[in-house]
Design a protein around this ligand. Structure first.
Ligand SMILES: Cc1cc2nc3c(=O)[nH]c(=O)nc-3n(C[C@H](O)[C@H](O)[C@H](O)COP(=O)(O)O)c2cc1C
Length: 174
């Protein structure tokens, strides 16, 4: 599979089978996050891989929008450290994207659970603290997302993409 195929085939997968993810496949997904670029090449990101069932169940309660973690056999939390780089949010987001795409390549479905809440600082702290406590994260680590991982139980319906001309323009915005 080439990169463009992975980009085209990628979907959010929120229903998982009982099949466990082999370590070599999970390692490739982890490494995709590890090798992702960072602004100024600064080490602002961290990824925490979780396979413990109790922790995954508790992580599913981080926000109302990641209940699918209760079925997932694994998850990767992606965090960023603003004291290391002003690009912490971009660094962590790019790592999330690489993780998601590598999951496609190795046949694993992934879902994106947003944790950091840019509009409501109080809610963000509450959600992030929930993850911090479970994963032993230092205070300065901001929790960008928790990605659920697992073999898809079913394939999602085909996706209706936003019309291309609404998203892509040439030379000037139009
Ligand atoms: C920044 C961002 C935040 C997201 N947050 C959530 C979330 O909290 N919970 C969830 O189930 N899906 C979340 N998603 C997944 C999107 O809802 C999903 O990717 C989108 O509906 C498009 O579907 P597709 O991934 O199958 O193309 C998020 C995706 C992105 C990129």
């Amino acid at each position: 599979m080439n990169v463009f195929q992975a980009i085209q085939e990628r979907r959010e997968i929120t229903k998982y089978s009982d099949q466990l993810i082999p370590d070599d496949k999970l390692k490739k997904v982890e490494d995709a996050g590890y090798y992702a670029p960072t602004g100024n090449n600064l080490p602002s990101k961290h990824i925490v891989v979780v396979k413990d069932r109790v922790t995954l169940d508790k992580l599913s309660e981080t926000t109302p929008y990641m209940k699918w973690l209760k079925e997932a056999p694994a998850a990767i939390a992606v965090t960023g450290n603003p004291t290391v780089s002003k690009y912490w949010l971009q660094d962590a987001s790019i790592a999330c994207a690489f993780i998601w795409l590598e999951a496609v390549e190795v046949g694993i479905g992934s879902a994106f659970g947003a944790v950091y809440h840019s509009e409501d600082e109080e809610e963000s702290i509450k959600r992030e603290n929930h993850v911090r406590a479970l994963l032993n994260l230092p205070e300065e680590q901001r929790v960008v997302a928790v990605l659920g991982l697992g073999y898809p139980k079913e394939n999602p319906k085909p996706k209706n993409h936003i019309p291309r001309e609404e998203v892509v323009s040439y030379e000037k915005f139009s």
